[in-house]
Design a protein around this ligand. Structure first.
Ligand code: BEZ
Length: 209
């Protein structure tokens, strides 16, 4: 069944390039991203895995654990690692799950049979400290993901988890935010100080925190 926002991310135990992972135990109370790749030794996947390895310090800064998945076995992942480093300059520095029997892929609905009945699509799940799913993305095999956008979304998710605000189109960390409609003007003044009411329902203020 499809996983929807607010659902508890299903738990699983699977082999990875860093040993056996029991997902909820491994994740603990960090944020996590779980992202799938169609297949080992494929061009777009090679660039994506290297890019995420290069961004690992950015995920660490945000307390986000990174977990990749490709349906091939661990031996194949280990053989592929050298290519990822050769091509992107970044060595794999996070675990890559093996899922040869498609257990995790099925749990997370990562195989879309009308696209391809054996390979996973490019799924992303962002999972909060309480294990609820906060974001899902699905890209086709032919389109590599934009991981800067993923960091931007994580910044928004972490901000809006802690403050009664929302983030506007194309927002980036540090820019002005929108006060949540449920907050009264009086309450908004108390919480945020000055704000600019562009419309009664659209009140903008400096990013809190
Ligand atoms: C790729 O990663 O390049 C890829 C994987 C599966 C199908 C098409 C492209």
């Amino acid at each position: 069944m499809a996983i929807r926002l607010g659902d508890t991310a299903p738990d699983f135990t699977a082999e990875s390039t860093e040993g056996t992972i029991s997902f909820h135990d491994w994740k603990g109370d960090s944020w996590a991203i779980l992202f799938s790749h169609p297949k080992d030794f494929t061009p777009v996947c090679t660039t994506e895995l290297g890019r995420v390895a290069g961004l690992k310090p950015e995920f660490d800064k945000r307390n986000v654990k990174v977990l990749g998945l490709s349906v091939d076995p661990v031996d194949s992942h280990n053989d592929w690692k050298g290519d990822i480093e050769d091509v992107t300059g970044n060595a794999l520095n996070y675990p890559l799950l093996a899922d040869p029997d498609r257990t995790v892929a099925d749990l997370y609905d990562m195989i879309h049979p009308n696209a391809n009945d054996t390979l996973t699509v490019r799924s992303v799940f962002v999972i909060a400290p309480d294990n609820t799913v906060k974001l899902t993305l699905t890209y086709p095999a032919s389109t590599g993901r934009n991981f800067d956008e993923l960091l931007r979304v994580i910044d928004s998710l972490q901000l809006t988890a802690n403050h009664s605000v929302a983030t506007p189109a194309d927002w980036k960390n540090g820019e002005d935010v929108i006060i949540a409609p449920a907050v009264s003007d009086e309450d908004a003044k108390e919480r945020f100080g000055d704000f600019d009411a562009k419309k009664p329902y659209l009140r903008v203020t400096n990013q809190p925190g």
